[in-house]
Design a binder for this molecule. Structure first.
Ligand code: PDD
Length: 280
């Protein structure tokens, strides 16, 4: 079997050799950003959008990315073609580098990993998933930093209890899930939180595609409003469009995946299959 190849700073290296010092401030203080994308038809989906967001995340925390956007694009394309997986998942990570004292940053490390694409069990799309709320929020939600500490804690606690995702509620407002954006449907309206979220690339695509058939309402969404909504779904690169049948003890549409959510799932699939995104 061929060895998996990653990119580290200036070189393509075997996965086992992609190592950085343990006193990297990314490890010591979570001073690092990343972005995550995958391929369809062996082409990276919305690569430019993911690279743009990576640069915005880095700028937000004052971290310099040691390559240009077009250099990163070329490296990702080459990494996909070297590894030759049928479909790939790609993670671009930039850390703050070796810290002399555990406080100052050093020379940033750029790591790009490439693995066979993750797939989510099909039954979750047919039956929908349950979500648990927690009173919490992500620090600097606009930036995709590597700090998912509480996400890991919550998911390890609630996933075994049958919850697929955990939803952050902050000051009574619904914001986002640990690694997804959330949407609700009522009549011809699609409602989704606007602030204190990661600007998801899947979210943006869904808003563009769904606006042909629904009115899109990006606004503050309060937890008590869920009783008024008919359907719900979450979006992310890894999950695409995943129907939500319940939040805590409240069930939408009697716990059955609704027709409008199915339409949104189809819209996303048609968009992917159309290949019009190839240049993105
Ligand atoms: N997470 N909100 C958060 C907090 C996320 O971590 C993600 C993505 C999203 C959805 O963004 P996008 O549609 O661009 O994937 C929203 C990825 C999948 C992850 O952490 O692995």
């Amino acid at each position: 079997m061929n060895k998996v190849i990653y990119f580290l700073n200036n070189n393509f290296v075997e996965k086992d050799r992609a190592v950085i010092p343990v006193n990297d401030i990314g490890l010591l203080r979570a001073y690092a950003v990343f972005d995550y994308l995958k391929t369809y038809f062996s082409k990276p989906f919305h690569l430019n959008d993911h690279i743009d967001r990576l640069f915005k995340s880095a700028e937000y925390i004052g971290l310099k990315i040691p390559k240009t956007k077009s250099e990163i694009r070329e490296i990702v394309l080459e990494l996909i073609s070297i590894n030759k997986f049928v479909e790939s998942s790609i993670r671009i990570i930039v850390t703050g580098g070796e810290s002399p004292d555990g406080k100052k940053k050093g020379e940033p490390n750029l790591i790009i990993t490439c693995e066979p694409r993750n797939e989510i069990d099909k039954t979750f799309y047919e039956k929908g998933v349950k979500i648990k709320t927690v009173r919490d929020y992500r620090e600097a939600p606009i930036a995709k930093t590597i700090n998912y500490t509480m996400a890991v804690k919550y998911l390890s606690e609630y996933f075994p209890q049958g919850y697929f995702e955990v939803l952050y509620v902050h000051n009574s407002k619904i914001t986002e899930c640990t690694s997804s954006n959330i949407f609700f449907i009522k009549g011809t309206k699609i409602i989704t939180p606007k602030d204190e979220i990661l600007p998801g690339i899947t979210r943006k695509i869904i808003i563009d595609q769904a606006s042909k058939f629904f009115d899109i309402d990006e606004r503050d969404v309060y937890l008590h409003e869920i009783y008024d909504f008919e359907e719900a779904f979450i979006t992310s690169t890894d999950k695409e469009v995943l129907p939500v049948i319940s939040i805590d003890t409240h069930y939408f549409n009697k716990g059955i995946v609704g027709e409008k959510t199915r339409k949104i799932m189809k819209l996303f699939k048609s968009y992917v299959d159309s290949k019009i995104w190839f240049e993105n």
